[in-house]
Write a protein of this length. Structure first.
Ligand code: MEV
Length: 441
């Protein structure tokens, strides 16, 4: 940045002014405005929706929107939509879907759907006194949030429990209201946060109304009110299983047994070694995030909660489990996550809406199951490759496409490069050299 001073009022500029400022400031190509315009949707309604999702919008940033058919989940065949920038993730997901469709498919069940939020506050009175008055406080909180909860209650949701926690080990005089919610098909962030903020106002007022209490007891400081993305009680279990010999793609039963044993060992390592656990879970979230993104769900919330869930026993561990029992191979996972299928980006973003149609308009519980299936499928393919061919073989094929595109190879050059590199090591310099030689011929 040549002009070393801040700009004020940037957000108030029009889009054209923002682009002009950027081009001038960073001495960008004068074609930048056209370049940015090229990435906008021709569909004006869709473009307006996308532009309004965020602030200081200049254009759109495209990621591939992909599908993988043959996901057999609880007996039904589904097509899964995915959005990811990572080569070979969708190919791996599609392969896992096809493999398990011939072996009973994926099984999934909901363990719970409870979400959490907290009101954090400090109060200098006697903790016992507050505990003794808490039934009264709770009644007031529920009464004051009635207008917020009414609609949610009609849909079968609402505020479940409100727990008072005194936690002086975190801060002197510090308390939490630890609140659990049911939000049905909504992710519920607005509902939870509005309820908690109202709790904060009502609680402060309630303290001020205790006329016979000492002056300092009549005041509480509300620190903050916010949902928690740690949702261990909003949880799904997913698994695949088959006799070990059916893991063989040929009739080589001995190799199927060896494969199953190595697979179980690899998963065991991820349950006991943090460095491997993080990578194992990254592979799981390759699938989860790609489906979450396609359906307009908040993948940062899902990831943050998922990683915390992976550390629920005090040590970060791989989320999946694998075992061989009585000749059967079973690969499973429990995943905690909160998702919505109504409201938010899911209902707004035209591509997310299409993704929901492709998934045949699932409920939030169904979508939770599909996300976990995508995670397990992605993990299956990654670990399978790791304990057999290694991960690079598949990756490099996809990587080759990216390199060819970067080097602007023609369709003809791409075809001959794919043949040439079929059994050779792919690297940027090797591909570059190949194209140069090809051009010289
Ligand atoms: C790459 O995106 C994901 C893997 O590293 C996952 C794993 O190691 O299990 C292949």
């Amino acid at each position: 940045m040549k002009d070393n001073k801040p700009i004020s009022g940037f957000s108030k500029l029009s889009k054209t002014q923002k682009i002009d400022w950027l081009v001038q400031q960073l001495k960008l190509n004068t074609e930048t405005a056209n370049f940015l315009a090229d990435f906008e949707s021709k569909n004006q309604d869709a473009q307006a929706v996308i532009a309004d999702l965020s602030e200081n919008h200049l254009s759109n940033f495209h990621f591939p929107f992909c599908i993988a058919p043959n996901f057999l989940v609880n007996g039904d065949y589904l097509v899964f939509p995915f959005v990811t920038e990572e080569s070979s993730v969708v190919a791996a997901l599609g392969k896992a879907a096809g493999f398990w469709a011939n072996r009973g498919g994926f099984h999934a069940e909901i363990i719970g759907t409870e979400k959490k939020g907290q009101l954090h506050f400090s109060w200098t009175g006697d903790p016992e006194k507050l505990k003794n008055h808490f039934a009264q406080v709770e009644e007031r909180l529920r009464k004051d949030t009635a207008s917020i909860t009414q609609k949610m209650e009609k849909r079968g949701g609402g505020i479940n429990t409100i727990q008072l926690k005194y936690l002086p080990e975190i801060l002197p005089n510090y308390y939490q209201l630890d609140v659990s919610f049911e939000t049905r098909d909504a992710m519920g962030a607005n509902f939870i946060n509005s309820s908690l903020e109202q709790f904060g106002k009502s609680l402060k007022l309630w303290f001020s109304e205790q006329k016979d209490w000492a002056a300092e007891e009549r005041d509480a400081e509300i620190i903050m009110a916010i949902l928690s993305n740690y949702v261990p009680d909003s949880r799904v279990r997913v698994w695949v299983e088959c006799p070990v010999e059916q893991l063989a793609e040929t009739s080589d039963v001995a190799s199927a047994k060896r494969f199953a044993e190595k697979f179980v060992q690899a998963v065991h390592i991820s349950r006991n070694d943090v460095s491997r656990a993080v990578t194992q879970n990254k592979g799981i979230f390759n699938g989860v995030d790609a489906l979450a993104l396609a359906t307009g769900n908040d993948f940062r919330a899902i990831e943050a909660g998922g990683h915390a869930f992976a550390a629920r026993n005090g040590k970060y561990a791989g989320l999946s489990e694998a075992r061989i029992e009585n000749g059967d191979f079973r690969f499973s996972m429990e995943l905690s996550l909160a998702v919505g299928v109504v409201g938010g980006v899911t209902a707004l973003h035209p591509m997310a809406r299409l993704a929901m149609q492709i998934l045949e308009q699932p409920s939030a519980e169904e979508l939770m199951q599909y996300l976990a299936v995508a995670g397990l499928a992605s993990n299956w393919s990654a670990v399978r490759a790791l304990v057999t061919t290694g991960i690079q073989q598949g990756h490099m094929k996809m990587h080759l496409s990216n390199i060819l595109n970067t080097l602007k190879a023609t369709d003809e050059q791409k075809a001959s490069a794919r043949l040439y590199f079929d059994k050779r090591e792919v690297s940027f310099s090797e591909v570059e050299q190949f194209l140069k030689n090809d051009a010289g011929n």
